[in-house]
Write a protein that binds this ligand. Structure first.
Ligand SMILES: [Zn+2]
Length: 290
């Protein structure tokens, strides 16, 4: 099938901000400054899909009306195993539930230490596997381990891809401690004044236990903040991020590009960009906190 992010217009529209600032570390905040002026968070889940935990996370997100980005490892939806079909179905559900799928390479590879040709294969094949399975573009990419090096940056630039980093990492995948994960996130969210990308893993039972608590905490905190007249925590979706990338007047170009592509592509791009066309980006001062 045609891979949509090979289309320059779409790649540009969905490109992420941030220029290389050096080796080793990616820029933070990962998504720049808060557009609303309020604290803003974007939830991201890496390493899945997991046959047991990802559906639980999807149920939790649905209950709270939250859209997230899932950075998937291609081997999980391609390697023969008892769970292969379940994982493939879950990946399709992720998209069907309104979330976005990102490429996290095929084998969760260390892209700065393996050979160049192997690293390129990990990026390209990871994107191809996911796009072919779900019949949709895979606009986002996250390098495993947050690796960064000049060679990787060149590979990503050549493909019109940008790495989406993170700002809050509770490291639940290392310690598997639900209480420590809760404490970390509540402490960080309590003090957040700008924008933050949260990194969690849908391959961890800890994430399934902590996510409902954190979303309930944000809801309750916002009730308290509303009563106190203080800035509430806004949960971002991929559409909010993509909307920011659209310069004034580009909505029409996006719409035209959508209609020039295949019928299958239309379904996907409409889903991605229709909210942007139907609801022009608000001015910062008009953003309503929630
Ligand atoms: Zn990972």
């Amino acid at each position: 099938m045609k891979r949509l992010c090979d289309l320059t217009v779409l790649c540009l529209l969905l490109g992420l901000p941030g220029e290389a600032a050096g080796q080793g570390q990616w820029e933070q905040p990962a998504l720049g400054d808060s557009a609303s002026g309020n604290p803003e968070v974007l939830f991201t889940f890496d390493d899945g899909p997991h046959e047991g935990y990802t559906p639980i996370i999807l149920d939790t997100l649905k209950r709270h009306g939250v859209q997230a980005i899932f950075f998937m490892a291609g081997w999980r939806i391609s390697k023969q195993s008892t769970y292969l079909e379940a994982r493939r179905a879950i990946a399709r559900r992720v998209l069907g539930d309104g979330h976005v799928i990102g490429n996290h390479t095929v084998n969760h590879a260390r892209l700065c230490t393996i050979s160049k040709s192997r690293a390129e294969w990990e990026i390209d094949e990871g994107r191809r596997l996911l796009a072919e399975l779900v019949g949709a573009a895979i606009p986002y990419f996250r390098t495993p381990y947050g690796s960064r090096c000049a060679r990787l940056e060149e590979m990503l630039a050549k493909r019109g891809i940008r790495h989406l980093h993170w700002d809050m990492d509770p490291r639940e995948y290392l310690h598997h401690d639900s209480d420590a994960t809760r404490r970390y996130l509540v402490r960080k969210l309590s003090k957040l004044t700008g924008r933050a990308v949260i990194l969690m893993h849908d391959t961890q039972v800890t994430t399934t236990r902590v996510l409902p608590f954190v979303l309930d905490w944000i809801a309750a905190e916002n009730v308290r903040r509303r009563a106190a007249g203080t800035p509430q925590i806004r949960i971002l979706s991929y559409a909010d991020v993509a909307r920011e990338q659209l310069a004034p007047g580009l909505e029409q170009a996006a719409s035209s590009a959508m209609r020039a592509i295949s019928v299958q592509a239309l379904g996907l791009m409409d889903r991605l960009l229709a909210p942007l066309v139907a609801h022009p980006p608000p001015r910062t001062s008009q953003v309503t906190a929630f």
